[in-house]
Design a protein around this ligand. Structure first.
Ligand SMILES: [Zn+2]
Ligand SMILES: [Zn+2]
Length: 270
């Protein structure tokens, strides 16, 4: 299976290294969309068509075709604003978890929160559900429901390959923000604990913002996760709620409109 991330600002395909420093620019949303294709058949899926959608479509034209589907990890503005462009290019069905449908329906309100406007986007054609196995060509994604950043957030695990598209659940050195409508930080931590930290250390993680990382790298190096290993009790979650996370959430509200802010991870880890 092949995969390419397309960076919003440069528009160039890239293979990020985990040593790279995430370059979140305050005041603008810098998202990463992905094109994943089956080596055997060339069939592709587009994941999270945000502001880089035109470049993603160019990549599809160059490397892969046809598009089997458009998969959304969640329905925040920066992951869906290119849906209209995608629909102009392909009739491939759009998939979204049902619990994020209200967010998509409220896209103009999402944009207004950040002083932005957004073009009309087509509605999803199909629902993604936990445990679904989505096949394209000879490749398969397992759909895993991971609420917390948003109610219907999902991650996509490449069953035959060692990587996962994790959307805004977790980033290199940071985690998804939970102060947007429908966010739930306890659910976010539970999703990460159950569905990310249980994966082998060498599993590659491709996030909706920032560079590629691995489970092992985040297990030992992510300041939000290093105390989670072996943690099971409600008490520990409550403790985190009273201490570190309270500060974290406060900072996020005043930071950039991106779904995570490097400003936050720097201020915590620095
Ligand atoms: Zn995002
Ligand atoms: Zn998001």
């Amino acid at each position: 299976m092949g995969i390419a991330g397309v960076h919003h600002q440069s528009g160039l395909p890239f293979v990020p290294q985990i040593e790279d420093i995430p370059q979140f620019a305050l005041g603008q949303i810098e998202s990463v969309g992905y094109v994943v294709w089956c080596d055997g058949t060339g069939e592709a899926v587009i994941v999270d068509p945000g502001a880089a959608t035109d470049q993603m479509l160019s990549a599809v034209a160059e490397w892969a075709s046809p598009v089997a589907a458009v998969l959304l990890t969640h329905a925040h503005l920066d992951h869906v604003e290119g849906l209209g462009l995608v629909r102009d290019y392909t009739d491939a069905p759009i998939y979204l978890h049902a619990e994020d449908r209200p967010l998509l329906d409220a896209l103009p309100a999402q944009a207004a929160m950040f002083g932005l406007t957004v073009p009309e986007v087509p509605p999803p054609d199909e629902e993604l559900s936990d445990g679904d196995h989505f096949r394209f060509g000879e490749s398969t994604f397992e759909v895993v429901h991971t609420p917390g950043h948003s109610p219907g957030h999902v991650i996509l695990r490449a069953v035959e390959d060692g990587f996962v598209l994790v959307g805004d659940l977790v980033f290199a050195g940071s985690i998804g923000r939970t102060d947007l409508p429908g966010g739930d930080y306890r659910a976010l931590f539970e999703s990460i604990r159950k569905h990310v930290l249980t994966l082998p250390d060498d599993t590659r993680l491709y996030s909706g913002h920032g560079p590629e990382t691995t489970v092992g790298h985040e297990r030992i190096g992510n300041p939000f996760l290093i105390h989670m290993e072996g943690e099971r009790s409600e008490k520990a979650v409550a403790h985190r709620q009273r201490s570190g996370l309270t500060a974290f959430r406060g900072v996020v509200r005043s930071a950039s409109p991106a779904c995570a802010s490097n400003h936050v991870s720097r201020s915590i880890s620095g």
